[in-house]
Design a protein around this ligand. Structure first.
Ligand SMILES: [Zn+2]
Length: 432
């Protein structure tokens, strides 16, 4: 009998160690605000960065400072390089592990509000769990049988169903209607895109009041492209970005960057061949179930997709092809027009503390080339309007943590929906 209390203590001690072990891989890491003042500085920042162990959390542009996560061993060299290049910087988070623990406390304190009853919409005052999203999608299709069907696009590497919703007043049979395709969550850690996508579903189903949007368009919404990665960021590693495939038989370094895995100049620019890197392009084109999932939706509906918006974070930018080279697409005018329309729609509701969105071609706004992205792929095979929207998150020069504070989720979903609704209408005018 006397062993039991001891055992209890051991179990408690083990639990305590487990709780505190969270985020341990980030002990000693720091994050920095980095603010290049010109395109030359931005480009030289990227071209000199490969030698350091960096992870870009929020993409810097010439207008807005970005946030870069730096491994303890690289910090001195990284700073020396910024000083050599004359790029301004400041510390964003001095102790990444402690900040991640604090971020957890913020989300935990909001968790009470996460309970939901049958027939209710999802909560938008905290980040939504995968299981919760799956039941919401099922229930939404049941509640809106005349317009909404839940579809599956195969299985993820870890065996999760890859879900999307088709929303249409004409059962997708009116071939004259343009389709608007929206996806989110291809990069696991970019949480804020997911509530934006589920909010859009809500506004097109249970809370539909802008009926013209359903009369004129069919909609395809993919709220979580990469559920394996999303679940992994919730339970294991907050900064996980890739899929969870293991095509290289290396359990130390699994996954590929699904947004570098599409068949458009695959594995040429802004990618890594090292499976341990965040931008590993995969062992071959479309090696990932998640990129194949989006490819199949695009290919199947190619004749009718007018606008494809892929939601990422952070950065407050809307970029359009091309990403793999500096030259503009032949449809740059239309792309720019829809981008500006979305920004104007967002601005109607935007908060002053978030940076104003920048719009432009990917290569010029980011100062870096990227290949194998979903928007470039879709555009290259004939989708006239494809945009990457990097949602707002980290307020420049504030001591905000790594998550967008849950109190801002409702703000971001509302303003973004206003922008996307306006962008869809503009796209409808442009393609007709
Ligand atoms: Zn992303």
């Amino acid at each position: 009998m006397q062993y039991f209390p001891k055992m209890k203590i051991l179990v408690l001690a083990a639990l305590f160690a487990l709780v505190n072990a969270k985020h341990e891989q980030y002990i000693g890491w720091k994050s920095y605000f980095v603010g290049p003042a010109s395109l030359e500085q931005l480009t030289s920042l990227h071209s000199s960065s490969n030698q350091f162990r960096l992870d870009i959390l929020s993409r810097p542009t010439v207008q807005t400072a970005g946030v870069i996560l730096v491994h303890p061993e690289s910090q001195t060299d990284f700073i020396n390089n910024l000083e050599y290049l004359g790029i301004s910087y400041s510390v964003h988070v001095n102790d990444v592990k402690i900040q991640l623990d604090r971020d957890d406390e913020i989300t935990d304190s909001w968790k009470q509000s996460l309970s939901r009853s049958e027939n209710s919409t999802l909560p938008f005052d905290n980040y939504q769990d995968w299981e919760m999203i799956v039941s919401y999608l099922n229930e939404t299709a049941v509640r809106n049988p005349n317009t909404t069907t839940l579809e599956k696009g195969g299985l993820s590497s870890e065996g999760r169903d890859l879900y999307y919703l088709k929303i249409s007043t004409t059962n997708f049979e009116d071939l004259s209607k343009p389709i608007i395709l929206i996806d989110a969550g291809i990069h696991a850690r970019e949480w804020i895109g997911i509530p934006v996508a589920t909010w859009i579903i809500n506004k097109l189903t249970d809370e539909l009041n802008e009926t013209d949007l359903l009369e004129k368009f069919d909609w395809i919404i993919v709220p979580v492209v990469n559920p394996d990665g999303y679940v992994y960021t919730r339970e294991n590693d907050r900064f996980w970005r890739k899929t969870r495939s293991n095509n290289t038989n290396n359990w130390e370094c699994v996954g590929a960057d699904a947004n570098r895995n599409f068949d458009h100049y695959w594995n040429t620019e802004g990618v890594s061949q090292d499976p341990c890197d965040e931008t590993f392009a995969g062992i071959e084109v479309f090696s990932e179930p998640e990129s194949r999932f989006i490819k199949e939706i695009i290919n199947e509906n190619l004749a009718r997709i007018a606008l494809y918006v892929t939601l990422h974070s952070y950065g407050s930018t809307i970029t359009y092809p091309w990403s793999h080279r500096i030259g503009l697409s032949n449809n740059a005018l239309g792309l720019h027009a829809v981008g500006i329309t979305i920004v104007n729609g967002i601005q109607e509701f935007a908060l002053p503390q978030f940076p104003r969105y920048e719009v432009g071609s990917s290569a010029l706004v980011l100062g870096e080339l990227i290949s194998g992205s979903s928007d470039d792929y879709a555009h290259s095979i004939g989708v006239p309007l494809t945009l990457t929207v990097r949602l707002p998150g980290l307020i420049p020069r504030s001591s905000a943590g790594f998550i967008l504070d849950p109190q801002y989720i409702r703000q971001v979903v509302t303003e973004t929906w206003n922008g996307i609704a306006a962008g869809a209408r503009r796209a409808g005018e442009l393609v007709n």
